[in-house]
Design a protein around this ligand. Structure first.
Ligand code: ZN
Length: 333
């Protein structure tokens, strides 16, 4: 299968991990921001997490450079536009992009201005290319519970205007869900859909708690349900959809090698999996590349791909009309 020509859907992609290296240099030069290097190849080395990265925390260090150039409305809009453009050009028909608004307030932008700018970039791409999108607001679990409330409250006015869901991300500790029960419950009450990063770093039980305590409809990664029977059975029974990101999972050492990735075993056992990039720049990848990887490693058939594509359609936080259009692309496969 040639995945670059196939219709694709992406449900798990971080804005700050997917900034074009050239754009970072461009903005930094124009605004006098200091970078470790202004050479495009050298900056790539600073941005891309190596495959022999030691952990998720090591991987997350790569996000400090992009965030230097994501502090103005104009730049956020441009970066959002370019990410959707990159996706559209590789035949991604629908993409949900997530970001943590509180990382972009360093130069005085309000949370509302930040969200508005990212939405504007997305809408501009929707007008020019054959792609639809939605935005997920991420709360950093390394920040306070109050900060999560702030994101939920301030993002509320954008529900139905481009924002669809709330997420918890960053460094994963055992039992983190307990701390965020209230802000996520409030988010659900306001109408946010819920997806939570969990089971990315060895703790399968976090997946169980994300679903049972936070009402997560989808799980970011969920690799470690493989080591937690209770979480595994619950995910399978409730058909909770996993947003899996193979390259990223190797870089963060969730798995040591692609061949050990549980995605295909999960799929064969009736668990609903989806394929995603996580971070196009930090993981130096694309949707076509991730699909190729899964296909080559596990001899994924056309039928498998159709099932995974449909998992993404049905689990997306898109409206029914968008879903209907996405189902039609499957006829071309
Ligand atoms: Zn992620």
């Amino acid at each position: 299968m040639n995945f670059s020509n196939m219709p694709k859907i992406e449900l798990h992609c971080h804005l700050d991990g997917s900034v074009r290296p050239k754009t970072i240099i461009d903005i930094a030069k124009r605004e006098g921001i200091s970078l470790p290097t202004f050479d495009q190849e050298e900056i790539k080395e600073e941005l891309i997490a190596p495959m022999d990265c030691e952990s998720l925390d090591e991987y997350l260090k790569r996000f400090s450079i992009p965030n230097l150039v994501m502090q103005s409305k104009e730049n956020l809009k441009r970066i959002s536009f370019e990410l959707f453009e990159d996706a559209a050009k590789e035949n991604v028909k629908y993409m949900e992009v997530r970001f943590a608004p509180l990382l972009h307030t360093q130069m005085g932008l309000s949370v509302e201005e930040i969200i508005q700018s990212v939405i504007e970039g997305m809408k501009e791409t929707e007008e020019q290319f054959d792609i639809k999108g939605n935005i997920i607001l991420s709360c950093m679990r390394t920040m306070s519970v109050e900060s999560a409330f702030e994101v939920v409250e301030k993002g509320k006015i954008f529900l139905g205007e481009g924002v669809v869901a709330i997420d918890l991300c960053a460094s994963e500790e055992e039992g983190f869900c307990g701390k965020f029960i209230e802000p996520i419950a409030l988010a659900r009450e306001y109408g946010y859909r819920v997806t939570i990063h969990a089971g990315e770093t060895g703790i399968g039980k976090n997946v169980l708690e994300a679903v049972e305590w936070l009402g997560a409809e989808r799980i970011g990664h969920g690799v470690f349900i493989k080591d937690c029977v209770e979480a595994y059975n619950m995910v399978k029974e409730k058909q909770v959809v996993l947003e899996m990101c193979p390259t990223s999972n190797v870089q963060t050492k969730a798995v040591n090698h692609f061949s050990e990735h549980p995605i295909y075993d999960f799929h064969r056992d009736g668990i609903k999996v989806t394929v995603n990039t996580d971070n196009r720049t930090v993981s130096d990848t694309s949707m076509a590349k991730e699909c190729d990887l899964v296909s080559n490693e596990f001899a994924m058939s056309d039928e498998d791909y159709k099932i995974i594509y449909m998992n993404s359609v049905e689990a997306s936080f898109a409206d029914e009309k968008t879903k209907e259009n996405l189902r039609k692309y499957l006829l071309d496969i």
